[in-house]
Ligand binder design. Structure first.
Ligand code: IFM
Length: 484
């Protein structure tokens, strides 16, 4: 699968700099990532319970193309095919998530043996292929039964998640050593319960802050349960980070940047790694909530010892607080300012940088800066980039996808990781988002993030040029290290 332009990407730079593939330490985890609802399909198969996404997608107008995850890319029935793609690229790690309602259809109590059997088979197939599984416990498909009982704004949901984590670990922990508790609680809380763009589609700013806190309590309970069962297991939380810049030096813009940085970057990280929420964010949130949901002992519970901080990185924000901060462009993952509770007078400004098909600005240096900042602020924890990638409108022609923009995006972000390593950041892995095109939430199948193109009619997979390039890079990086 070697392609012609690989030397430019993987070979020595014109300036005599080291080849990209040689800039990573031995033992580095090279992976790709997916999540259950986005790829599995089989939503009514083998006793899987219903999730909030099954309910949400059935409501007219929620998903731009009216689609759903009923079939997705059929990964539930295609373990062999998906693992073969991972293996063919030479990856040594694969990140996927467990569907909570597939394992616990009612959200708590009864464990569905067929659900466990599926993930057990996937783990075995990966290990057989020499690939380390990185398992995410929560990637947004909350059992509908728990949403019916109040969802994440209710504390009980976090307690049930602790049970689910223990059950998942009991079934898979003999083989799975890398556990990411919760993925992007910012999205689950604020897109799910404040702007309503994601399931369950509620628009309740105060409840969204309770949801955010309970997602962190859930993280604490899960990390605790896993470490109790296996002190050698590596625990992590997946957070989505964006450098946030003020549009100008004007105090209103500087304050807008502080507020968005606070909710997006510091709120969850300070809680997980410092055991406290940032005071300035609590002050901002105080406009809409009294925090009565925070119980004594919660912050200690959330502040579990973590081995790895999982960094999801896509873009950067430039913000203004001027003129009431009307939203002027969609550099943000959402056009809706109501995704930032108590900050709805902030505007997102485009700066002229190239954008992906999501309208997200391409800013690889922001990844280096983010990794350095995280290491400076939370020095005791290793870092892994567990999502990074770009949507572009791909075309399949004669079995080929010439996605040079995505190839450039991945290459430049991998290089940004190498720059961070050069500056002393303890970065241990990079996972491209995503292994293959899949269901992109409220965008349905209209946005393609994969290294592998999926024909959504037939389910057939084709390596894109970016996937071929990434495979070349990884094989070269790994063979360099093995040769030492
Ligand atoms: O597809 C999503 C993923 O589920 C979570 N992080 C961002 C990706 C791209 O939007």
């Amino acid at each position: 699968m070697t392609i012609d332009n690989d030397t430019a990407a993987n070979g020595a730079g014109d300036d005599g700099s080291a080849p990209l593939a040689s800039r990573f330490p031995s033992g580095f985890s090279w992976g790709a990532a997916t999540s259950s609802y986005q790829v599995e399909g089989a939503t009514s198969t083998d006793g899987r319970g219903s999730s909030i996404w099954d309910t949400f997608v059935a409501e007219p107008g929620r998903v731009v193309d009216g689609s759903n995850g009923d079939t997705a890319i059929d990964s539930y029935r295609n373990i062999e095919g998906d693992v073969a793609l991972v293996k063919e690229m030479g990856l040594n790690a694969y990140r996927f998530s467990l569907s909570w309602p597939r394992i616990m259809p009612e959200g708590g109590g009864r464990v569905n043996a067929a659900g466990i059997a599926y993930y057990s088979a996937l783990v075995d197939a990966l290990l057989e292929a020499g690939v380390t599984p990185w398992v995410t416990l929560y990637h947004w498909d909350l059992p509908q039964a728990l949403e019916n009982a109040g969802g994440w704004p209710k504390r009980d949901t976090a307690e049930r998640f602790g049970e689910f984590a223990a059950a998942a670990h009991e079934a898979l922990g003999d083989r799975v050593k890398h556990w990411i508790t919760v993925n992007e609680p910012w999205c689950a809380a604020f897109l799910g319960y404040s702007s309503g763009e994601h399931a369950p589609g509620r628009r309740e700013p105060a409840a969204s802050i309770a949801a955010a806190h309970h997602l962190m309590v859930a993280h604490g309970l899960a990390a605790q349960a896993i470490k109790e069962a296996d002190p050698e297991a590596k625990t992590s939380i997946g957070l989505n980070f964006y450098p946030v810049y003020a549009a100008s030096d004007a105090p209103v813009d500087v304050d807008a940047a502080r507020r968005i940085d606070g909710v997006q970057n510091r709120f969850f990280t300070d809680a997980a790694l410092k055991g406290r929420y940032p005071e300035d964010v609590l002050d901002d949130f105080g406009a809409v909530t009294d925090f009565s949901f925070i119980e004594v002992g919660d912050m200690e519970l959330i502040n579990q010892p973590l081995d790895i901080l999982s960094v999801n990185f896509y873009s950067q924000f430039t913000v203004t607080g001027a003129d009431g901060g009307s939203v002027s462009a969609s550099a943000a993952p959402t056009d809706s300012d109501s995704a930032w509770p108590a900050n709805d007078h902030v505007g997102f400004v485009t700066t002229g940088l190239p954008q992906t098909d999501m309208g997200w600005e391409i800013a690889p240096a922001g990844l280096t800066d983010t990794l350095k900042r995280l290491h400076d602020n939370y020095p005791g924890v290793k870092l892994a980039v567990t999502e990074n990638g770009a949507a572009f409108p791909d075309k399949l022609l004669d079995g080929q996808v010439a996605d040079s923009e995505r190839l450039d995006y991945v290459r430049d972000h991998v290089a940004a990781c190498a720059d961070a390593i050069d500056e002393g950041v303890p970065l241990i892995g990079y996972f491209a988002w995503s292994l293959a095109d899949n269901f992109e939430w409220a965008w349905g199948y209209t946005k393609r993030f994969g290294l592998v193109y999926v024909d959504f009619e037939t389910g057939r997979r084709y390596f894109k040029d970016s996937g071929k390039w990434y495979g070349d890079l990884v094989r070269q990086a790994r063979s360099n290290r093995e040769a030492e």
